[in-house]
Write a protein that binds this ligand. Structure first.
Ligand SMILES: Cc1cc2nc3c(=O)[nH]c(=O)nc-3n(C[C@H](O)[C@H](O)[C@H](O)COP(=O)(O)OP(=O)(O)OC[C@H]3O[C@@H](n4cnc5c(N)ncnc54)[C@H](O)[C@@H]3O)c2cc1C
Length: 490
């Protein structure tokens, strides 16, 4: 089934017993709490777009070949196991529509985690642990696909002491680990970070990062998915930027697209066996990322989403420059040209990943990983640069802007006289300056930057995998030929 925004909110209301803490308070009901109102509105708007047709984008797929009547229902494009180049292109367009809707500011839109579970299902990764675990994942995939659920994920251990393994931390349950196994399932204790949209999602999935479980530390090797209102599960949110009353005029982005981030605490949580996908298998835990096509598929989503965000920010840079006509200067033109060029590089990488898509063992298709991993590594750098260009070109103009209340106060005539731009009235120019600062400088803008730096994990290791996971024989052969007698023999 395809959910709309109202269906999503109804689902959240049904989880009223969720244990969520924000700004010093235990939340009585996430669905109606002012801190979560706007984040929920943003996600609900995406679900509404999924059900709308005016945009002409295919947002749903069906399993026509299935004999199971229930699975013949339509489901969201990000649950689709792609089997052709057309499937990949359709998925890109669907992801692009959602990304464009928030200018790429909603990072953890539902399509992100959907593609993770889809990739688990497509590769049958968990079948390696036995049919039970494989079937658990298949049933989970069918469940979230059929009910169009919104998943968050928390896959990183709390920082605590990064120089030590999980078992060597002072508190053996600083990192999430198994306390007990019984006939019902696993009892787990500890914490994971950083669940963006944790409180506002229906389900949470946990799975290991590559190399995150040390040899002999079986109890930390875990993969599972459970509802976010599971007893013992607690979300502790970071300090919010918007209490639900921030002015939409003064903060055009922050008042719409803030995503709550949370530490997830597991206080002896029962993970029923049917929701366990992996436990205590260290080699498979550490192999999951590279073997289960996660990065091929999530990389597709994150590149499309990142492109939407970069496009928007480049547009902001140009608009800010034109508002005071600094774009007549050569060095400003050069900076605008530089950042416009990044858009071509990112878009080119997305198309290359689709052009060089690979057949998988199951007969599905997955985007080629190197261009997408390249985007994961370089986009944060490009994004940082675009942010800097907006700030450098905007200069003091980004920090002189009064509030809308000032514009309509008795200093209004002064503002109208002195804040105008080149052919732009004062109010329009101030509004643009607010947008530019919200995108780059406010708490919201700075989270956007930190998000790009870290949403895909540690950038140092992201870069290193580009070297470690690629076959470089062709490049070394070039070196060998250059040193041979037969240099021109290609
Ligand atoms: C806004 C935001 C939203 C996010 N949303 C989510 C989400 O929804 N779900 C999710 O699971 N994750 C999410 N993440 C990502 C995640 O939580 C981490 O931030 C990310 O994986 C990086 O880990 P870390 O922050 O613990 O940094 P660390 O791993 O502690 O790294 C910090 C620095 O220390 C260095 N370092 C640390 N350990 C080592 C080591 N062993 N070897 C070499 N160098 C090391 C790193 O290179 C890095 O420069 C999000 C992150 C941000 C910022």
């Amino acid at each position: 089934m395809l959910r709309n925004g109202q269906d999503y909110v109804v689902g959240l209301k049904a989880q009223a017993k969720k244990d969520v803490w924000i700004a010093g308070q235990k939340v009585a009901d996430v669905a109606t709490d002012p801190f979560f109102r706007r984040p929920i509105e943003a996600i609900a708007a995406l679900y509404d777009l999924q059900c709308a047709t005016h945009h002409g984008v295919k947002m749903a797929a069906t399993d026509a070949a299935s004999t199971d009547a229930a699975s013949n229902d339509s489901y969201g494009m990000s649950f689709l196991i792609p089997r052709s180049a057309d499937d990949l292109a359709d998925r890109r367009k669907a992801m692009g529509l959602w990304a464009d809707a928030s200018f790429g500011m909603v990072g953890r839109s539902p399509d992100y985690c959907n593609t993770v579970v889809m990739a688990f299902e497509e590769t049958k990764f968990f079948h390696q642990l036995g049919a039970d675990f494989g079937n658990n994942l298949t049933n989970y995939y069918q469940h979230i696909k059929k009910n169009d659920l919104f998943l968050t994920h928390a896959i990183v251990n709390p920082q605590t002491d990064r120089s030590k393994s999980s078992a060597d931390q002072e508190n053996p349950y600083a990192h999430l680990g198994i306390v007990e196994k019984n006939t019902d399932g696993l009892i787990v204790r500890g914490a994971k970070m950083l669940a963006t949209h944790g409180p506002t999602a229906d389900e949470i999935i946990v799975y290991p990062l590559p190399g995150s479980v040390a040899a002999g530390e079986e109890k930390y090797a875990l993969a599972f998915g459970i509802p976010t209102d599971t007893p013992g599960l607690k979300f502790i949110c970071r300090e919010p930027f918007d209490d639900g009353t921030m002015s939409r005029w003064d903060h055009p982005l922050g008042s719409r697209f803030e995503e709550p981030d949370a530490m997830v605490v597991f206080e002896d949580v029962l993970i029923p066996w049917e929701r366990v996908f992996l436990h205590e298998n260290v080699p498979l835990a550490n192999k999951l990322f590279t073997s289960a096509s996660i990065q091929n598929n999530t990389g597709h989503q994150t590149a499309v989403r990142g492109l939407a965000k970069c496009k928007f920010l480049v547009g902001v840079a140009i608009a800010v420059s034109r508002s005071v006509k600094t774009d007549v200067f050569l060095h400003v033109q050069e900076q605008l040209g530089e950042i416009l060029g990044y858009l071509q590089l990112i878009e080119g990488a997305i198309h290359l990943a689709e052009l060089k898509a690979e057949r998988t063992e199951s007969g599905a298709i997955r985007p080629y990983w190197p261009p997408l991993q390249t985007v994961r590594y370089h986009l944060p750098r490009m994004y940082e640069r675009i942010v800097k260009v907006v700030q450098v070109i905007g200069a003091g103009g980004l920090l002189i802007n009064p509030t809308h209340e000032d514009i309509v106060s008795e200093v209004g005539p002064d503002i109208a006289a002195y804040y105008r731009g080149a052919g732009v009235d004062a109010e329009s120019r101030i509004h643009l300056g607010k947008l530019a600062w919200d995108a780059t400088g406010t708490q919201f803008g700075q989270r956007m930057l930190q998000y790009e730096r870290y949403y895909a994990g540690d950038p140092v290791r992201v870069g290193a995998t580009l070297y470690l996971r690629q076959n470089v024989d062709e490049l070394l052969a070039l070196v060998k030929r250059a040193l041979s007698e037969d240099v021109m023999r290609v």
